[in-house]
Design a binder for this molecule. Sequence first.
Ligand code: 6MZ
Length: 338
Amino acid sequence: MLDFLKELPKVELHAHLNGSLSISTLRDLGEKVYGENTEEFLELCARFIKFDRNSKLEECFEKFAFVHELTSTEKGLRYATEFAIRDFAQDNVQYVELRTTPKANSHYTRREYLHYVVESIRSAQTKYPKIMVKLLASINRAEPVAVAEETVSLALEFAKTDGDIVVGIDLSGNPARGKFSDFIPALRSAREQGLKLAIHCAEIENPSEIKEMLAFGMSRCGHGTYLSKDDLTHMKRHNIPVECCLTSNVKSGTVSSYEEHHLKQLMEAEAPKVLCTDDSGVFDTTLSMEFHLATQTFGLNRSQCIELTKEAVHHSFASSEEKQKMLIKLEEFLKRNP
Ligand code: 6MZ
């Protein structure tokens, strides 16, 4: 089964760029940024050992700060983007929607951040032509609303010149921080001007916020762990898929075990869903492994895995032509693996 899943031309819809760098990729990156055997590189290697993986959601956000150090220069960011795409391509992901929070520091502005990522996606596309890549600009809810407004206006600007890559906005960040309603005007303006919205919703228990988010609406829902039965009915009625990230949810402690994962309720309710990695680097997983976990835990068979992939094609922010291409790849795979 794992071989079949590794070969399957998969579709990844929820992948944070800086969370998608595995330990070995971070080493590759460290080497590029600091050079091999430099003091900085050796110090970095020593810190990797302390980079323990099984912690709670709050602690995950501290780990991102560690990765962010490595991507805080133009060179680091460009390589990180390329390596993340390389790693998804190696797992036979045929389409990935990366999402990342434009950042500003002494090396780049938020506009430059997006520019480097987009350029790096373009060059990675020539190096790894089998994978199609799109980008969502993330709003970090822990940051001020003014930053969210800037992110939306930059995403709109890039959508004009690089609309084949920049397709939407993601709302993410520590769900215990920030107030959703503060971000509504920026999100509404993005939607009204044609950007798709993927929103981290119900990652933690917060019934009033979940209500606000569902009333506002979204194209896709990140995590959806604490959605009630009625909420699931709503998702089904409005055809909003839940981006299920099994390993992320269990390792960060928002779901108590794989068996308890809400993928089960979503399948029983025949509600829309997609399987995703979230942060394949931080949680040490791949999309093939996420599918494998679903087959092991919930007894999904091969054709259910194909159906889930088709569902992901359908809910992707790709054009109809691009979706058609993905389905053809799936058909070809099925002919080779009847
Ligand atoms: C909410 C998350 C997340 O943007 O620097 N991020 N936000 N819930 C999660 N579940 C574990 N995983 C990642 O990628 C890292 C950033 O993505 C968001 C956080 O804001 C994190 O800092 P970028 O590429």
